[in-house]
Design a protein around this ligand. Structure first.
Ligand code: SF4
Ligand code: MG
Length: 324
């Protein structure tokens, strides 16, 4: 899956004025097979919006301004943003790519048993009859370590952790090649989080698909992702192997994120980043991080920094690394 020069955001009419919130601003990022990717950044930096665009979930007021999202299937690709709604919904979603939205538990239909959620996907997308669909669902949930009782329950009869497992099981039902998961554990108790995350990762290993994990929690990224993108104010400011990003962060914003993490045995207070992220309906010129950056130079206030490939699979967007 690959996003090229992707620009999108939210368009509102406020009084007489048209307001555009530039949530995803010229993002280029590629996701290879069989890897776990992380997308990190403060709330409001565009992580969830990027995920929606990658999935082609274009519900108003979200609009795409330009760019492509290419999904490679065999040796061909399709542009997710330019398919008809029907093709996207019935041929691509669930089968090739699936999305676990933020607060996904609440998308379960309260008046439907869990099994009906599963059988509906199978009858609609795979043309199965009811009986086969139920059999398939049973095998699928058991393969995920869930008991068949879960299928007979209504959503409200399940705990938060169990509902989230159900949502994940649904997303994996048709064995998509790529799974986009938006904060899949952040609504859960800490103790439950671990098990739910483990289920997602075990399945990723088994299915050898790719997983894109959005989280504001750098601890989760350090533990489970192979590659990491750091977003700030609608832009991917740094990208690389997760170990490399943590060991040698390049972008001043990434450094600040990592410096703010607690360390075992270190009793010094952690340094937080001062200031707050910019208003994306009126972003600052040049580098969007410049009002908070301790290294800001003149050029940073005027010109958007280029994205520089420092080495293979290692990118940073910052004037400090540009040869001028
Ligand atoms: Fe700081 Fe300039 Fe780099 Fe932006 S481009 S992060 S302001 S040094
Ligand atoms: Mg979000």
């Amino acid at each position: 899956l690959k996003a090229e020069n992707l620009v999108g955001g939210y368009e509102f009419i406020v009084g007489e004025k048209r307001v555009y919130v530039d949530a995803v601003s010229n993002v280029n990022i590629g996701f290879e097979e069989s890897l776990v990717y992380g997308i990190a950044g403060e709330s409001g930096c565009g992580k969830s919006t990027l995920l929606k665009l990658l999935y082609g979930f274009l519900a108003k007021p979200l609009t795409v301004k330009s760019g492509n999202v290419k999904l490679y299937i065999s040796n061909n690709y399709i542009d997710i943003l330019r398919l008809s709604d029907d093709v996207r919904r019935y041929k691509v979603w669930w089968k090739e790519i699936s999305w676990i939205p933020q607060n996904a538990m609440s998308v379960l239909n309260p008046v439907q048993r869990i099994r009906d959620h599963f059988t509906e996907i199978l009858t609609v997308h795979m043309d199965m009859d009811k009986e086969d669909a139920l059999k398939y669902s049973l095998e699928h949930v058991e393969g995920l370590g869930l008991s068949k009782d879960v299928l007979n329950a209504y959503p409200h009869q399940l705990s938060g952790g169990m509902r989230q497992r159900v949502v994940i099981a649904l997303a994996l039902l048709l064995k998509p090649k790529i799974v986009l998961a938006d904060e899949p554990t952040s609504a859960l108790d800490v103790v439950v989080q671990r098990g739910v995350m483990q289920m997602l990762l075990d399945k990723q290993k088994e299915m050898k698909n790719s997983l894109v994990l959005v989280s504001h929690d750098m601890g989760i990224h350090a533990m489970v992702t192979n590659r990491l993108a750091i977003m700030y104010a609608g832009k991917v400011v740094e990208f690389g192997d997760t170990d490399a990003v943590f060991e040698k962060p390049l972008h001043p914003y990434t450094k600040a994120l990592i410096d703010s993490l607690p360390r075992i045995g270190d009793k010094n207070p952690r340094q937080g980043l001062s200031g707050s992220p910019p208003d994306l309906s009126n972003p600052p010129p040049g580098c969007r991080f410049h009002p908070r950056c301790p290294f800001a130079m003149d050029i940073c206030r005027k010109e958007i920094p280029p994205t520089i490939e420092i080495e293979k699979n290692r990118y940073v967007s910052c004037w400090l690394y540009a040869k001028r």
